[in-house]
Ligand binder design. Sequence first.
Ligand code: PLP
Length: 363
Amino acid sequence: MNAVSANLLKNLGTFLSARTLQMSTVNISPAAAEAGNYCITFDDVEKAHSVIKPYVHQTPLMTCSFIDKLCGRNVFMKTENLQKTGSFKIRGAANAIASLVRKNIKPDCIVTHSSGNFGLAVAKTAKHFNIPAYIVMPSNAPECKKNTVKSYGGVVVECSPTEKARMQKVKSVWVEKGGCFIHASQTAEVISGHATIGFEMLKQNPDLDAIVVPVGSGAMISGITIAAKHIKPSIKIYAAEPEKANDCYLSKCNSHITPVDHPVVTIADGVKVTIGENAWPIIRDLVDDVITVSEEQIIEATKLVWERAKLVIEPTSGVGIAAIVSEKFSKAKGMHDDVKNIGVVLCGGNADVGTVAKILTGV
Ligand SMILES: Cc1ncc(COP(=O)(O)O)c(C=O)c1O
């Protein structure tokens, strides 16, 4: 790293460190773990909403009477599968990068790690600002996602599919290339970018009584929760999660982050990761309940949306739909009869064609 980029890094450190992460440290100030003192505020969400406007779509809230019937409530699907780059991740990536640029900070490059969708979002946004992007991806990430990163001009750097390997690779790329590291889920600007989903949903339908969000690292649900509960304190927020990757469920039960103690194998590749430290205090304090679903339920729900709503979703989006049509949903904490209008985030549409063919044909 040359002196200029070292200095830039220092500056970026100043910019990003106050409430965000530095490289492999997933440390937050102890105060952030206290109730009510979270990594983002509603002001950050409002700011993010105006910062990202030029780079994202305001995706529609769509309905499907067949899904209403199965859920027994009115369902409003936030179609982030139709979002630029095919998922909500562009919101966080655009907020993190555009916020830097607005402060006249143009890094030599952006370095991040991602199993797919965040990598696409960073590659596209970085290209917009003419900044090289290095995306560390696990070797088993879906080919379609690796290819799309490359099509946006991002450089894919593969690593073994373990948390340790990915952080080691990120570190070595960052040391070699310099620039700015953006954590895919725990950087505060990423979380406030994702939060704009909740902000928009309540603008589009102020009558929503609950929002259901698939959870992986928790960046999306924690952001949505801060936005939605500020605008409408009575709203319920539910996390949806595969049974095979149920760390959010376990964490809520144990009141501390509890990773699963086995290798995670689920068709919902977007939510394999464990909740992050910045998202956790918000989930711990403000998310009403967690609904877990089986692989069969995820597959059925994904099929349902393809066939009945005519929307192309990836299986991770099926997790939320599986939750709202499950028996567990009506038994979730706070789910009373007056909770009638349910928002659910269709978080991504980057389906691998081979995987989807298997889902649809059952072969
Ligand atoms: C399509 C999709 N949905 C949901 C998630 C989970 O979001 P989060 O990690 O913010 O909980 C991801 C994360 O990669 C994703 O790609």
